[in-house]
Design a protein around this ligand. Structure first.
Ligand code: PMP
Length: 391
């Protein structure tokens, strides 16, 4: 029976980690996998999370089961940071904890399918797992161009989608720090998207996986909050894995917004049933640590300060790249306007290979770089390598 299975290719980015680790060159540069790195190349545990974990060890009385919704105090503590003061009242929104943003995306699409959605429109390129999850669920992914060649959002393509799609269609939007392009909507563009969505029967799904790593916690939630205020129904997939540095602890949340509380109660009961069938309940530890940070003013301040320093470092690297102007055939100027950890460079697979072999620069075959892999000490060497390979 099992010999009927086809071999699946390994995750390309995870394979790249192994290649990078095996490379003895001391000045190698890792721009592959999407984790934040300090100027020393480390991905440390946040100080606030370390403190919260210590308190958890000291105070946690039991590890007995929660339910498929996980730790609801974690979800409630997160809500003001995500939705701000605009959180719709009257029970129109409810949420649950999920295993990472991936679990939340899975629940969003699974619930959308149960509600009758058959097609999901998504700007491409996107995080590869979006398409994989849709494929696994038997939903049709309908691609459109996310960005134009000048490195800004392709609003014409999005407007066309919104004009032509309707009932039974969902629209997937990245809330901020678009992965892989770094091309975000401006507040003015979000205003336009929200009003177009208000006039459309499409179901919006917002994936917010990098809040706080673009322009700030409130700024990065502008799109989500604006759409939430404009439309009756919305699904939100959220990750705490980047902005709390919890990656392997798998911390995420999922929210449903409906027109009336009664619909939200039913929707959440369906999401809980899907969670039960998929993973039963989310892992507790990371979510509990986030809850302890958010319930303590001093820990919250420490978390926000550390997040701000990460955001500033990413901004500095972006500014330095943009100031370099052109590196060979690559225009780096748009990187200064783009947000978050990722950017797409117009390089061929062969050039990516040469960057790796001849210069020790490790990046995804697609041309995506993790800007956080660069530092003030290696950024000039990276630009020189890019110049040499694409010039
Ligand atoms: N959405 C996007 C756009 C992402 O880039 C990622 C992570 N790479 C996720 C969701 C999932 O994040 P997590 O690691 O929390 O599952």
């Amino acid at each position: 029976m099992l010999d009927r299975l086809d071999q699946q290719s390994p995750d390309a980015l995870l394979a790249l980690i192994k290649l990078h680790n095996a490379d003895p060159r001391e000045d190698k540069i890792d721009l592959g996998v999407g984790v934040y790195k300090t100027a020393d190349g480390a991905t440390p545990v946040f100080r606030a999370i370390k403190d919260a974990e210590q308190r958890l060890v000291d105070r946690q009385q039991s590890k007995s089961y929660l339910g498929p919704e996980g730790d609801m105090a974690f979800v409630r503590a997160l809500e003001p940071h995500v939705f701000g003061t605009a959180l719709p009242s009257g029970g129109r929104i409810d949420g649950m904890q999920t295993p990472g943003g991936t679990g939340a995306v899975r629940l969003a699409f699974g619930l959308a399918k149960k509600a009758g959605i058959t097609r999901v429109f998504m700007g491409v390129p996107s995080w590869p797992n979006h398409a994989q999850i849709l494929d696994d669920l038997g939903l049709e992914a309908v691609p459109f161009d996310h960005a134009t060649s000048d490195g800004t959002a392709d609003m014409a393509a999005l407007r066309q989608v919104l004009a032509n799609a309707g009932e039974g269609d969902a629209l997937l939007l990245h809330g901020c720090c678009h992965n892989p392009t770094g091309v975000d909507y401006t507040p003015v563009q979000w205003d336009a998207i929200a009003s177009l969505l208000a006039d459309s029967a499409m179901l919006p799904v917002i994936d917010l996986a990098y809040q706080g790593l673009g322009d700030g916690m409130d700024e990065d939630a502008y799109g989500l909050r604006t759409v939430s205020a404009a439309v009756p129904e919305l699904l939100v997939a959220y990750s705490c894995d980047k902005n709390f540095g919890l990656y392997r602890d798998r911390v995420g949340a999922f929210w449903v917004q409906s027109a009336i509380a009664d619909t939200t109660v039913r929707a959440i009961s369906n999401a809980a049933a899907l969670a039960r069938a998929n993973w039963s309940m989310p892992p507790d530890h990371g979510g509990a640590a986030v809850r302890m940070v958010l319930e303590d003013e001093a820990l919250t301040a420490s978390w926000l300060a550390e997040l701000a320093s990460m955001r500033e470092r990413i901004g500095e690297v972006r500014a330095r790249l943009a100031a370099a102007g052109h590196a060979g055939g690559v225009d780096l100027a748009p990187l200064g306007r783009q947000k978050g950890m990722f950017a797409m460079l117009p390089v061929s697979a062969a050039q990516v290979q040469t960057l790796r072999d001849a210069h020790g620069v490790y990046m995804a075959g697609s041309g995506r770089i993790n800007v956080a892999g660069l530092t003030m000490t290696n950024v000039d060497r990276f630009v020189a390598a890019l110049d040499a390979v694409t010039g």
